[in-house]
Ligand binder design. Structure first.
Ligand code: IMP
Length: 423
């Protein structure tokens, strides 16, 4: 079998786009299985910058089939805007497929996301306000609209009427907002449906045949392990399962369909939105990571919170995703820091905590315990092999392997796709 899943090993934004782009070049299929337009991948290739939210990264290769699986929540407006932007850069969409079962993000989802965040006040999650949570909530509540509904005009008109009546009651009576207009949504989304219909099909069947034919398939993760609805820092999580297990449900394949699982982490840690973050740095090192690492969100532009690498998190990612190897990105961002630290475990109430706590209240009481390393000042961005790296950088990577309990197979040393050491 020739399948690999790429999964974020931290809180998202680990630089998955670059690694996916590298693997996509030789992939027959690239599959998105979870999340929606809350994700943002930046791929830099041939001097051009491609910003992807919903479209799988394989789209940059003309022979690769790109699948948006049933577990993705599709915002038709965003996906079409994204396609129009990519088309201007010469990208073609004749190998793009969207699953008929994928749920549709509607304007009332975005409205309710916004209103409910505002109503939560200081307890707001800090969502991307892309309607992700409300859309998945409707899916679970079995009142969601799927792509098959969107592209079937009479079904769409009727389902939209029923659901919008309910949503408008929530928008007005619960949140004191302004009701949305049925006719204008119907017209706008019917036009989107006409453009998207030709891409829609049962992608699970296509993938099943591809796996049997031993095609090379890359499952492209969005977000990261700590944003997982079950295993992440609940409630400061997204509403899907961005872990390898989630890819099975979200792509419509069985667990035995995924042979390898590559976890992507940065050489430090970042997170956006609210919630506990044990190794967060509010000092000069934090500023260095923010500015040198250009840590501003692709989707929202928000500055990301930055901190030291946390091996407790990496061990969680190794365990939950069944990682077979790790890619450590942005090692070059650490260049110039005199001392480096990795959290090996936490201490809470005088007791050692080695496994990531189930509850954020417990996590909030945890103090990280660090192992310290010498930094390096040499430019590492032209290294071609592990041995080209300064000894201090080699020791740092070896420590990551030891503390995470997983082999580091790739090391990112710059934004371009060739700035990547394969071991
Ligand atoms: P939502 O997915 O928009 O509902 O946001 C829920 C939480 O997940 C918030 O803390 C977001 O900042 C975070 N989040 C969602 N998508 C991403 C991502 O692609 N990268 C990093 N954080 C994300």
């Amino acid at each position: 079998m020739n399948t690999i899943a790429l999964v974020g090993a931290q809180w998202g934004d680990e630089g998955k786009g670059k690694i996916i782009d590298i693997l996509a070049e030789t992939a027959d299929y690239v599959v998105r299985a979870t999340g929606g337009s809350n994700a943002g991948h930046t791929v830099v290739s041939d001097g051009k910058t491609y910003k992807l939210h919903l479209i799988p990264s394989g789209i940059l290769y003309p022979d690769t089939v790109n699948i948006i699986g049933n577990g993705v929540v599709v915002d038709p407006k965003v996906v079409l805007e994204e396609m129009d932007g990519l088309a201007k850069l010469g990208v073609k969409f004749d190998k793009l497929l969207i699953d008929l079962r994928a749920h549709v993000v509607m304007p009332y989802h975005k409205e309710i996301d916004e209103l409910s965040e505002k109503a939560k006040g200081k307890d707001a999650i800090g969502t991307t306000k892309r309607g992700i949570g409300p859309c998945y909530a409707d899916k679970s509540d079995r009142i969601g609209l799927r792509m098959i509904d969107l592209i079937t005009p009479d079904v769409f008109a009727s389902k939209l009427k029923t659901v919008l009546e309910l949503k408008n009651k929530i928008i007005t009576a619960v949140y004191g907002g302004t009701p949305l207009d049925y006719k204008s949504i119907l017209d706008e989304y019917s036009a989107y449906a006409e453009r998207l219909e030709k891409f829609c099909c049962d992608t699970g069947v296509i993938l099943y045949d591809a796996i049997k034919a031993n095609k090379r398939i890359v499952f492209e993760g969005a977000q990261g392990t700590l944003l997982d609805l079950d295993s992440g820092t609940y409630p400061f999580v997204t509403s899907s399962h961005p872990i390898s297990g989630g890819f099975c449900a979200g792509a419509g394949v069985g667990p035995t369909a995924i042979k390898e699982c590559l976890g992507i982490a940065k050489s430090y840690t970042t997170r956006v939105g609210a919630g506990p973050f044990p190794t967060e740095l509010d000092d000069e090192v934090g500023k260095h990571l923010l500015n040198v690492g250009h840590e501003f969100g692709t989707t929202t532009g928000r500055p990301r919170r930055c901190g030291w690498l946390d091996a407790v998190i990496l061990r969680l990612a190794v365990r939950i995703n069944g990682l077979t190897s790790l890619a450590i990105n942005k090692l070059d961002t650490l260049t110039g820091l005199k001392k480096l630290k990795i959290a090996t475990h936490y201490v809470r109430d005088g007791k050692v905590v080695s496994d990531f706590p189930a509850d954020i209240m417990l996590l909030e009481g945890c103090t990280p315990v660090y192992e310290e390393f010498d930094g390096w000042s040499e430019d590492i961005t032209n290294a071609k092999a592990f041995d080209d790296l300064p000894k201090a950088a080699q020791r740092y990577i070896e420590a990551v392997e030891r503390l995470a309990g997983c082999r580091v197979a790739m090391i990112g040393i710059g934004p371009d796709r060739d700035k990547n050491i394969v071991r």
